[in-house]
Ligand binder design. Structure first.
Ligand SMILES: Nc1nc2c(ncn2[C@@H]2O[C@H](COP(=O)(O)OP(=O)(O)OP(=O)(O)O)[C@@H](O)[C@H]2O)c(=O)[nH]1
Ligand SMILES: [Mg+2]
Length: 296
C-alpha cells in the first residue's frame, strides 16, 4: 500500500520498568514473560502490529544496568546486545518508572546521547502516582535529555496506549511492510515454551534461584490426538538449588510443571505433556560456552 509507514521501535529501560508488559499489551498477545523481579527478560524479542496504514515492529529488550558495575559475563553480554539493538531501529522508547531518575536511567540516557534517532520518554506505571506528581517527574527528565515526545502510560491498566501507538507511528518513515500482516513474533514456539516455564520459576522461587536457572527445551514433538510432548531441562548451578527446585517429595517441580503446562496449553491451543528434568551446570553464568548454549 502506498503511504504505508513501517519501522522498528526498541523498548529500552532499567530492569522491571515494564517493557515486557508493554510489548504484550501493544501486540495484544503474550509474547514476553513478565515478573515482579528485575532482570526477567534475557533475550531480545520482536513483536509486530499491523494496521491498514502502518506496521510497527517492537523490540523488547533485557533491562539495562550500568555496565561499569556489571561483572558477570552473561549479564554483560546481554546488556551490550540490548544497547546494540538501538543501532538498527527507527525510534527508541525509554521506559521509566514514575519516580525520581535512577542511576540506571541516567546511564541509559547517557548511552543514547550520540544516537541520532528520535527518543520517546514513556513514563510507565502512572497508576502508582497522583496526577499532580507527573509534572515534576517530567521536568526532571527534561533537564537530562531532549525527548521527541513524553508519554505517560500505565502498561498494566492499558492507559494511554493508543495515544502512544499513534505518536510512534507519526515518527516512522514511509516504508513498505517488513512482514506479512499476520506476523506477530519472531520468537519460535519452542523458545516461548522455555520462557513460560522460566516465568513460573520466577513466580514460585526466591533469592538467587530464579537467576541461577538456565532452560533448554530438548524435545518438542507432535503426537497423535492433538497432543504435544515437551521435554525441558532446567539447569541450576548448585546441588542445593536443585534440591529447592525439586522441593520436598517433588512438590515444587510439580507445581512449576502444572502451572507452566496450563499456560503453555492456553498458548498452543492443544493438550501438552510436559516432562521437566533438573540438572546441575556449575557456574554456567561465568562460562563463555553458556552464551552459545543460551543462543546468544
Ligand atoms: N502498577 C503497575 N505495575 C506495572 C505496570 N507495568 C508493569 N508493571 C509491573 O512491573 C513488573 C515488571 O514488569 P515487566 O514487564 O516484567 O518489566 P521489564 O521492564 O520487562 O523487566 P526486565 O525484563 O526485568 O527488564 C511486573 O510485576 C508488572 O506487572 C504498570 O503500568 N503499573
Ligand atoms: Mg522484560
Amino acid at each position: 500500500m502506498e503511504n504505508l509507514k513501517a519501522g522498528f521501535v526498541t523498548l529500552i529501560g532499567k530492569p522491571n520498568a515494564g517493557k515486557s508488559t508493554l510489548i504484550n499489551q501493544l501486540i495484544g498477545e503474550k509474547i514476553a514473560i513478565t515478573s515482579v523481579r528485575p532482570q526477567t527478560t534475557r533475550n531480545i524479542i520482536r513483536g509486530a502490529v499491523t494496521f491498514d496504514e502502518a506496521q510497527v515492529i517492537f523490540l523488547d529488550t533485557p533491562g539495562i544496568l550500568n555496565l561499569t558495575q556489571v561483572k558477570n559475563l552473561v549479564d554483560r553480554h546481554i546488556i551490550e546486545e540490548a544497547l546494540k539493538s538501538l543501532e538498527g531501529v527507527d525510534l527508541i522508547a525509554v521506559i521509566v518508572e514514575p519516580f525520581t531518575v535512577s542511576a540506571e536511567d541516567r546511564f541509559i540516557l547517557e548511552s543514547l546521547k550520540n544516537i541520532p534517532k528520535p527518543v520517546f520518554l514513556v513514563i510507565n506505571k502512572i497508576d502508582k502516582i497522583k496526577p499532580h506528581e507527573l509534572d515534576s517527574i517530567k521536568k526532571e527528565y527534561e533537564t537530562l535529555f531532549s525527548f521527541a515526545k513524553i508519554v505517560p502510560i500505565s502498561a498494566k491498566k492499558g492507559t494511554n496506549l493508543s495515544i502512544l501507538m499513534g505518536e510512534m507511528i507519526q515518527r516512522l518513515p514511509l516504508h513498505p511492510a517488513y512482514y506479512d500482516s499476520d506476523f506477530i513474533t519472531d520468537q519460535p514456539e519452542r523458545a516461548l515454551v522455555g520462557e513460560l516455564i522460566r516465568e513460573k520459576i520466577f513466580d514460585l522461587t526466591h533469592d538467587e534461584i530464579p537467576y541461577s536457572v538456565m532452560l533448554k527445551v530438548d524435545q518438542f514433538e507432535e503426537r497423535p490426538q492433538d497432543l504435544i510432548y515437551i521435554r525441558a531441562s532446567i539447569y541450576v548451578e548448585q546441588a542445593s538449588q536443585k534440591g529447592i527446585l525439586i522441593g520436598k517429595s517433588g512438590k515444587m517441580i510439580k507445581k512449576i510443571g502444572s502451572l507452566a503446562r496450563k499456560e503453555i496449553e492456553r498458548h498452543l491451543g492443544c493438550q501438552i505433556y510436559l516432562d521437566l528434568w533438573v540438572g546441575i551446570k556449575k557456574q554456567w553464568r561465568r562460562h563463555k560456552e553458556s552464551l552459545k548454549e543460551l543462543g546468544y
